[in-house]
Design a protein around this ligand. Sequence first.
Ligand code: TXA
Ligand code: MG
Length: 338
Amino acid sequence: MKTKLLSDTPEEIGLAAALIRDGRLAAFPTETVYGLGADARREDAVRAIFAAKGRPADNPLIVHISDMEMLPAIASEVPETALRLAKAFWPGPLTMVLPKRDCIPAVTSGGLDTVGIRMPAHPAALQLIAKSGCPIAAPSANRSGSPSPTTAAHVMEDMDGRIDAVIDGGLCEGGVESTVICFDDADTIHILRPGLISEEDLAPYASRVYVDDAVFRQIAADAKVASPGMKYKHYAPKARMIPVDAPDFDCFAAYVRDHAEQNTFCLLFDSDPEIEGIPSMRYGDSGREQAHFLFLRFRELDAAGAGKVYVRMPKKSGADLSVHNRLMRAAGFEVITL
Ligand code: TXA
Ligand code: MG
């Protein structure tokens, strides 16, 4: 199959929308990462997503909508808290897991009776959904296991020849995937995957907000988890990522000098000095900058032929937890603590 690279003009988004209506696959930009879209209601189309990604069948897809009227058509119950969150954060990087209606087949929901739903804040994504007239199931548009793509070129790297089209909307602003939440009860928000909308951001909307344990440690492949995606090794470049929790830069640099081999790289904060003799890349100082650059740097480190990569530890608080979690998962939760 030849993969068409489309621009984000209304005409070319219209071409992608026609493909989706036909049960084909089109990747598109969102404010977080690129998604690989198909009509969420069509089993054949959704199966093709799993095949193109090499994704385990029990890992459910997020369904994307472009207006609030689409919500009751796919969720059978929408609690008051969910409506208030939608009002506050949609369009935006928040996915809510809700009981699903029958029009969403089991292939889409990974066999669960719930469905993750979000309204993305990217004009090309919103136009694509609206023009296709379909709720669009879309996981991140990478091959399963590799970092989520934040440019159309990265989508092509993983998916050229495997999908019908990619809409090029430039570099994604957010850089890490959406915050995924479910409701344990009417007044408890359970964060299944951290994103740029943080625990603190959600706190005003429920009496309790908490982060799932799987965000902080490795979960056994056969364990029962609230969000199947959390048990798979993820987001990993080919290079071996080694987060180093050091009290300061000098400790970090001394450790790296002692342990550097051929092809060892560092992933540093912008404000860090160079470490002589060791090639480095930088991923920002704030959590938002680090989120924006993390997956981009993963791919650049691979392109540069990095073997081991010592990484300055991101913070664990607020939106920074999303970066911390992606890095820990890329590293299989192994950290050097100095
Ligand atoms: O920002 C994003 O969320 C991007 C863009 C394209 O929207 N999408 C994305 O999709 O990251 P994906 O498939 O790579 O990750 C979806 C995550 C997985 O960890 C999955 O297990 C979880 O959401 N998820 C989806 N539906 C769920 C459900 N019904 N119950 C629990 N977890 C669910
Ligand atoms: Mg993904």
